[in-house]
Write a protein that binds this ligand. Structure first.
Ligand code: ATP
Ligand code: MG
Length: 347
């Protein structure tokens, strides 16, 4: 996809480890990505694949037992990890902000909604009058369809859906260029989830901020994002434009598994399937491709080497089998056998 201008955010070769009692857990492994102005990049992967670690590392909010052992995060041209703390506090909210997995956990339970919302302006826009802050809060609440009377409520007095809407209103309060949303609707029921997704889309189209949208749910990610990134055990296995992803017939076997488990995305009538097996132990990742233990296409090469991510038609995919099939001249019209059609060879 062509982009005007330069990326807002660049992550280069990021590797993050957690120090645990059992040893070092490699949660992210050589992850690179770019987000351009106005783009929505959806990151999808199962639980434990490193999605929240990626969000925290981008916000420079990794917990103390985590360290970024390789890589850089650039906001525009500035190295995020080299800028002073005071400047970072300024950039957070104003340049990039975040909606966390659970809004309840991030809202202060003993302070009213109005007080904590107002604080963003008092800290970042000290010249704003009380009246201007009040007006702006009401305007933002209106945008996420919360009545201003709720400014007087405490967080626990709001429904889960309202709290997530509030978190979104707060995240966009200072008109940031980029909003990171980590499972912003996961705790909600399907109807509310859909409403909020619509809201995010509507506001994003109006305000044109970029979004890093994180979810374990491929349906949500496909619905909202313009670009998609599939991660498995801390590695990017496939990435590219969402439309191309949905129409392509050549995928990383893990992405294929995700797609197969949601037949309505591809218009197929396949049985609902889940990907057999479970993710590898991050404390002792096997050599080679991390997915090979669950992969029906795995072969010798996959044990020895880690496949590099390479351009395959409109996508970028890290898989030896995909590379081979492309070389063999697979024209993309053929079908990839689903898991059940191929005996599972364990390597
Ligand atoms: P989920 O979908 O469940 O939110 P996730 O994709 O966000 O999962 P992360 O929370 O980034 O995954 O976790 C990635 C890996 O890092 C997991 O194996 C997790 O157990 C480990 N991990 C996360 N936080 C810590 C921590 N503070 N200390 C040690 N290990 C951690
Ligand atoms: Mg998470």
């Amino acid at each position: 996809m062509m982009h005007d201008g330069r990326p807002l955010l660049t992550v280069e070769h990021m590797t993050v480890v957690y120090e645990t009692n059992e040893g070092l857990a490699k949660a992210l492994n050589d992850v690179s990505l770019s987000i351009y102005p106005g783009q929505i990049l959806g990151v999808v992967g199962e639980s434990g694949s490193g999605k929240s670690t990626l969000a925290s590392a981008i916000m420079r909010l990794l917990p103390s037992n985590a360290s970024m052992v390789t890589g850089r995060v650039l906001i525009g041209d500035s190295d995020l990890y080299a800028i002073p703390e005071a400047r970072l506090r300024f950039l957070r909210w104003k340049k990039f902000s975040m909606v966390f997995q659970s809004a309840l956990a991030t809202l202060n339970p003993v302070i009213t909604v109005g007080q904590q919302f107002g604080e963003i302006f008092r800290i970042h826009e000290p010249a704003m009058s009380r009246k201007a802050i009040q007006d702006r809060m009401e305007e933002l609440l209106n945008l996420v369809r919360i009545h201003r009377q709720h400014l007087g409520n405490y967080p626990h007095e709001l429904s889960g859906g309202m709290r997530q809407r509030l978190a979104i209103a707060m995240a966009i309060a200072l008109d940031p260029d980029l909003v990171i949303m980590d499972e912003p609707t996961t705790a909600l029921d399907a109807v509310v989830q859909h409403e909020i997704l619509e809201e995010i889309r509507r506001i994003q189209q109006d305000k044109k901020f970029a979004v890093l949208f994180i979810s374990h749910d491929l349906r949500l990610v496909s619905y909202i994002s313009s670009e998609i990134m599939v991660i498995y055990a801390g590695r990017v296995v496939e990435t590219g434009p969402t439309q191309a992803f949905l129409s392509s017939t050549l995928h990383h076997p893990y992405s294929q598994g995700l797609l197969t488990s949601i037949p309505q995305l591809t218009g197929g009538h396949l049985e609902l399937q889940s990907i057999p097996g479970s993710p590898p132990d991050l404390l002792s990742l096997p050599p080679g491709c991390a997915f090979r233990l669950r992969c029906s296409y795995a072969r010798e090469e996959c044990i020895r080497n880690q496949p590099e991510i390479k351009t395959v038609r409109t996508m970028r995919i890290a898989c030896f089998d995909v590379e081979e099939r492309q070389k063999e001249g697979d024209n993309g019209q053929g079908t990839i056998p689903v898991e059940s059609e191929r005996p599972c060879r364990s390597v």
